[in-house]
Design a protein around this ligand. Structure first.
Ligand SMILES: CC(C)(COP(=O)(O)OP(=O)(O)OC[C@H]1O[C@@H](n2cnc3c(N)ncnc32)[C@H](O)[C@@H]1OP(=O)(O)O)[C@@H](O)C(=O)NCCC(=O)NCCS
Length: 173
């Protein structure tokens, strides 16, 4: 026998869930300094200070991503930010006795076509150049050159992407 109560409940719960997600995303996108077209944000995410955050066209941000935007975070177009990634543009001054009162800002730039694997952490002041791949669980403390594949703690360059249409980026060539 069809359980109509269950079906109606599921329909209402799904609709409310979708509406809540849509409202959250709309509010978040409107709060951002810049949000391009077709940016996919999969809730729940945490963006502290979204007014200092740019995200370019067709970029996706997976669930449980944390971004501390206060020092400025610029993410380009067509990037993929996997789940549990943490990006911070803020840190504290450990030379001050009252460390908790200090806030040091250092912008993070993630250029176009970057893929950041799950659980990676991006430190303040870092630029990740276009087309690079950041392995899952990496700790990125330094700038990353274009088309590099990096991973580890701290992240090291392991190789460069071998792209058919831009073969000059292939390390072996
Ligand atoms: C970085 C990455 C793209 C490399 O892929 P790959 O070239 O196929 O790498 P391989 O699986 O051939 O591994 C090559 C070596 O690197 C090591 N390695 C791969 N990824 C690593 C990582 N993230 N951290 C540490 N070591 C890693 C492997 O253990 C292996 O070591 P070995 O040569 O000593 O055996 C991939 O491992 C990765 O991290 N992908 C992200 C996946 C993800 O986060 N998905 C979320 C949804 S998008």
């Amino acid at each position: 026998m069809v359980n109509w109560c269950k079906i109606v409940y599921k329909l209402i719960a799904n609709s409310v869930g979708c509406l809540a997600g849509w409202l959250k995303n709309t509010h978040l996108k409107l709060s951002m300094h810049y949000c391009g077209n077709n940016v996919m944000i999969y809730q729940p995410v945490v963006f502290y200070g979204p007014e200092a955050l740019d995200i370019g066209d067709n970029t996706s941000v997976a669930p449980f991503v944390h971004i501390w935007c206060g020092g400025r975070v610029i993410i380009g177009a067509r990037c993929m930010i996997a789940s549990h990634v943490a990006i911070t543009s803020l840190t504290h001054d450990y030379n001050e006795k009252e460390m908790w009162k200090t806030m040091l800002a250092s912008p993070v730039v993630i250029e176009d076509d970057v893929w950041i694997g799950a659980h990676a952490q991006i430190m303040p002041g870092v630029t990740i150049s276009r087309g690079s791949v950041i392995g899952a669980g990496s700790l990125v403390t330094k700038d990353i050159p274009p088309y590099a594949i990096v991973y580890g703690v701290p992240a090291q360059i392991k190789e460069y992407r071998c792209l058919v249409d831009t073969i000059k980026n292939c390390k072996e060539v």
